[in-house]
Design a protein around this ligand. Structure first.
Ligand SMILES: NC(=O)C1=CN([C@@H]2O[C@H](COP(=O)(O)OP(=O)(O)OC[C@H]3O[C@@H](n4cnc5c(N)ncnc54)[C@H](O)[C@@H]3O)[C@@H](O)[C@H]2O)[C@@H](O)CC1
Ligand SMILES: [K+]
Length: 511
């Protein structure tokens, strides 16, 4: 699913209005009906007070139109117009008149008004600012937003939390609505997914208002939101007449004394992802444990007991994952360096592999093209230095990926894969996955997918999704708190099955 800029969304609105021969007011009514139906199907006429805070633009217009529909269905509403500008939108005014025709009189909040009382039991509809926010809200609007945030009431934001710009971080963090739920009109916004801006919303969902897909289809975007249909289309089914050689021979290189488990988990995940054969390449000390714990894997050992001193794989592997639990001691760095210099096939590089690259950035030029690098935020910072904010981070990371022709997987709540100037934002996963070994599992999955013939970008997008889904399956059985990396591995199979299960209920997304 493409992630459009506010500018593109405005163009899509315009295009839809022209091509469907409807008025902008009719488009707003579609949005209001969708908002109403969402609320009504959940509230079922409950006797709760709904306080609607509406700006004076089209986001406010959505709110005012929604107020009318709620009133007509018998809900108790209070409508506040947040009067931050004299320049009111045409459709806002139209809907305000319709409200007045029904004898509903909103109160107007200005810079000298007292703040309305809000009970924690009320429901707030936040329609103050939408994607049209183009500067910081005035101080008094910021104070109103703070007041709403402190109310402990459920806050339903229309399109985007008010005060959150659509494509930059807000400058005054407490002048942004903290939304319990966002009903985003038709399209997700990039800020939903970044750590610094995603914190302003708990959950979100899209409301389809029938924007013209003829326009949206060919539009170029910088970011995609990766959902089930995209991932399904990447899946490579296993062939009837195939054998283990068809699915590749992966090698997982890493480990050191006390950190052999990382390689074991990666090798296990690699097998679960479908690699035909898997070899673990480790220091001698891990031989017995891996052979015992993972009978399906083969093991090659370094001469040295406790860490790797040379990496010589005596056959041509289909894929190599390297770096986990490896350490960054002098001899390891040397072994890694000479391995990089003699290898041209794309690698999956994680953990200490990344740390060595940060220590010796001159080695980047030896990283084979189309290798996948999977830094978590600290590893990324070591690689690209400090960033001003999340947008700056994305630019710097993109530049690094483009410079060396690599696939950069930025691990996080929404893992973002960057390649060739484009970004792919993952939609699966949960907070339970912030646990030891979760990254090793990802390395194993990615290596296993490359071994089976997925290209690097597909392996990254598909693998990150599958990894998150396996984590979601695990959490659904064991709770977020109890998710362990080995649990994620054992649910990779269920995640594969999930990919092709028909959805039973329509659900929201957790931002
Ligand atoms: N254009 C359309 O046809 C549709 C628009 N929709 C809604 O319209 C919204 C966008 O509406 P608008 O473009 O009117 O913008 P907003 O309603 O987000 O903002 C209102 C206006 O206030 C001004 N403004 C921006 N920042 C300000 C600040 N800090 N202080 C004071 N004034 C400020 C801007 O001129 C802006 O246009 C969307 O988020 C969505 O909710 C929906 O109704 C669907 C259809
Ligand atoms: K809003």
């Amino acid at each position: 699913m493409k992630i459009f800029t506010a500018q593109q969304i405005y163009q899509a609105d315009k295009f839809t209005i022209e091509h469907q021969q409807i008025s902008s007011d009719q488009l707003m009514e579609r949005a209001a009906i969708q908002l109403f139906e969402w609320m009504h199907s959940r509230l079922q006429g409950a006797e709760v007070i709904i306080q609607l805070f509406c700006g004076i633009g089209n986001n406010g217009g959505d709110g005012i139109a929604l107020a009318r529909l709620l009133k007509e269905a018998g809900y108790t509403i209070q409508v506040h117009v947040v009067n931050y500008s004299e320049t009111r939108s045409k459709d806002f005014l139209l809907n305000l008149e319709r409200l007045k025709d029904r004898k509903i009189w909103p109160d107007f909040i200005n810079d000298d008004s007292s703040l309305p009382e809000i009970s924690p039991n009320d429901i707030i509809v936040d329609a103050i600012f939408g994607i049209g926010l183009n500067r910081e809200p005035s101080d008094w609007v910021g104070k109103l937003i703070q007041h709403i945030n402190q109310s402990q009431a459920f806050v339903l934001s229309v399109d985007i939390p008010s005060g959150l710009p659509a494509s930059q971080v807000p400058s005054t963090t407490d002048h942004v609505i903290r939304a319990s739920y966002v009903l985003s009109i038709q399209l997700p916004k990039l800020v939903f997914f970044l750590p610094e801006t995603g914190v302003y919303l708990n959950q979100w969902e899209l409301l389809d208002i029938g924007l013209n897909t003829g326009f949206l289809g060919p539009e170029q975007v910088a970011f995609h939101f990766v959902t089930l249909p995209e991932v399904q289309s990447m899946y490579r089914p296993r062939l009837k007449f195939s054998h283990k050689g068809t699915y590749g021979h992966s090698v997982i290189v890493g480990g050191s004394y006390g950190k052999i488990g990382a390689v074991q988990m990666a090798a296990d995940a690699c097998l679960r992802a479908g690699s035909g054969l898997v070899t673990a390449y480790i220091p001698e000390c891990g031989y017995e444990s891996i052979q015992t714990a993972l009978p399906e894997a083969m093991v090659l050992t370094d001469e040295e007991d406790n860490f790797l001193t040379s990496i010589d794989i005596p056959f041509d592997p289909s894929a190599i994952g390297i770096g986990i639990g490896m350490g960054t001691g002098e001899k390891v760095v040397k072994a890694f360096e000479s391995f990089l210099k003699k290898t041209d096939q794309p690698l999956v590089i994680d953990a200490d592999g990344l740390n060595i690259l940060s220590k010796k950035p001159e080695l980047f030029k030896y990283v084979p093209k189309a290798s996948i690098l999977t830094p978590h935020p600290k590893e990324l910072q070591r690689m690209i230095g400090d960033w001003k904010d999340d947008f700056d981070k994305l630019e710097k990371a993109k530049a690094l990926a483009t410079k060396y022709g690599i696939v950069l997987v930025l691990k996080g709540v929404h893992t973002i894969t960057l390649y060739n100037g484009l970004g792919y934002i993952n939609s699966t996963g949960n907070p339970g996955m912030a646990t030891a070994g979760s990254g090793d599992v990802l390395t194993g999955i990615l290596t296993g997918l490359i071994a089976q013939g997925y290209d690097s970008l597909q392996a990254a997008i598909f693998g990150v999704y599958l990894h998150g889904l396996a984590g979601d399956v695990t959490a659904s059985i064991e709770s977020y708190d109890a998710v362990k990396a080995t649990g994620i591995i054992s649910n990779i199979g269920k995640a594969y099955l999930e990919l092709f299960k028909r959805p039973e209920v329509e659900g929201g997304n957790t931002a």
